[in-house]
Design a protein around this ligand. Structure first.
Ligand SMILES: Cc1cc2nc3c(=O)[nH]c(=O)nc-3n(C[C@H](O)[C@H](O)[C@H](O)COP(=O)(O)OP(=O)(O)OC[C@H]3O[C@@H](n4cnc5c(N)ncnc54)[C@H](O)[C@@H]3O)c2cc1C
Length: 402
């Protein structure tokens, strides 16, 4: 089976790794000149860990992360450092914090050499498996010339503003949440005194997550216009959180200015009515871009990749066995059924998580002192059993059984 994966993000690389391992001929098309992780750190919960294990990458991931974060005191704090709600460590379940660069390296190393074609921008995808692209790295081609290739399946893993999704008219577009997020990883270890989690103010939030080597992944969220600009991003985030509890100022100070990035937070304006159109299937942010309030966008992309691999593996096998004797129509019917099942398994779950994530974001970014006070009172009253139940409903997941 010839499969094109559009986009070398977490979702595209994970799907490519799984499908290639299952025996498919996979080509990944990435428009950037180089495959690189966007952002800095990433939280991966039990569901993402199960997906990585299914894809055969559990050991490699375990080598660059550790359990330490699970023993930290977590929950929500006030800007002066007093806890609003401490979440018992056993209610969060499994959690790992990874440097995105490490995860990208693991995913990339899982692929055969030459699988990823960089500087290859897909301009459209047809539901018959036609892919049109511009390849800036091919010296024999004029940079504006378009190339057409045909595949048995196109996996659209090209993120929030997916060209593949637009080509097959599956989606409407994105919407800005009203807040943007700075992210960074400190250049050196910083002592967190055993406490991590989020600190919530009014229209402002700061998150702290320790990496295995003692460096710290942090994020700072602030309400602002989507097109807000700052002369100096590091000074802007430092000034906004200057009076917040330790070690927030130290975390920002110990991060190189050119490693601090700000991202306007957006999700899909309308949930898609399908993740599949003919021989095009969407995955990751292309299918269900969500706000990061539950730390689940990457985890959901990994679940998508594992699910697609599990469902397509038998078809890949069949096409390999003896192509000449297999009834082509039957083969197509198997693939169609696998894609239908993928849509059924993935759409409801990922869209429900996206919705919950957006609601949580609205709650955490409240600006009104009265409403923020009510929120804090509610947070401190929620029993830990309920927190554990809520967390488990998102994080409990296993790949499909055939
Ligand atoms: C602030 C923030 C914090 C987050 N924190 C977490 C977290 O803690 N845990 C978690 O699980 N998730 C988190 N997420 C979400 C997570 O980052 C995303 O869900 C995940 O990276 C999506 O991966 P993807 O592969 O679907 O898309 P992307 O990472 O967007 O990758 C898409 C790729 O496609 C390429 N591309 C785009 N268009 C084309 C084209 N036309 N042709 C060829 N290539 C193309 C792009 O260059 C890119 O490489 C966070 C997101 C944000 C913004």
């Amino acid at each position: 089976m010839r499969i094109a994966v559009v986009g070398a993000g977490i979702g595209g690389l994970a799907a490519a790794a799984g499908l290639q391992r299952a025996g498919a001929q996979v080509a990944v098309f990435e428009r950037a000149a180089e495959v690189r992780a966007a952002g800095s750190g990433l939280s991966i919960f039990a569901n993402g860990l199960r997906a990585l294990e299914f894809l055969g990458l559990g050991e490699q991931f375990a080598a660059v992360t550790d359990k330490r974060v699970e023993s930290f005191t977590a929950g929500q704090r006030r800007p002066d450092g007093r806890w609003i709600a401490e979440v018992p460590s056993d209610s969060v379940g499994e959690l790992r914090i990874v440097d995105r660069a490490d995860l990208h390296r693991i995913l990339l190393n899982a692929l055969d050499e030459g699988t990823v074609r960089t500087s290859a921008e897909v301009t459209s995808a047809g539901d018959d498996g036609t892919l049109a692209l511009r390849s800036a790295s091919d010296p024999s081609m004029h940079p504006d010339a378009e190339l057409t290739e045909y595949f048995d399946l196109i996996v659209g893993a090209d993120g929030l503003h997916s060209r593949v999704r637009d080509s097959v008219q599956l989606g409407i577009g994105s919407r800005y949440s009203g807040y943007s997020c700075w992210r960074g990883i400190t250049d050196r270890p910083v002592d967190l005194a055993g406490a991590a989690g989020e600190t919530v103010g009014r229209g402002l939030r700061f998150g702290i997550a320790p990496l295995k080597d003692g460096r710290v992944y942090w994020f700072a969220v602030a309400n602002m216009a989507q097109n807000a600009t700052f002369a100096d991003e590091k000074s802007a985030v430092r000034d906004l959180f200057a009076r917040w509890h330790a070690p927030i100022a130290e975390l920002i100070a110990s991060t190189r200015a050119d490693r601090i990035q700000r991202t306007p937070i957006a999700d899909l304006s309308t949930p898609l009515s399908s993740y599949v159109s003919g021989r095009v299937v969407l995955l990751g942010d292309a299918a269900h871009a969500m706000t990061p309030n539950l730390g689940q966008g990457g985890g959901q992309a990994l679940e998508d990749a594992a699910t697609l691999t599990a469902l397509l593996a038998p078809s890949v096998d069949r096409t390999q066995v003896d192509h000449s004797q297999v009834d082509r129509a039957l083969e197509c019917a198997h693939i169609d059924r696998a894609l239908e099942r993928y849509d059924g398994l993935r759409r409801k779950r990922s869209q429900a998580i996206a919705k919950r994530s957006r609601t949580l974001g609205a709650l955490f970014q409240l600006e009104s002192p009265t409403l923020a006070g009510i929120r804090n009172a509610i947070l401190s009253a929620v029993p830990s059993r309920l927190i554990a139940f809520q967390a488990a409903s998102v994080q409990k997941w296993a790949p499909p059984k055939l």
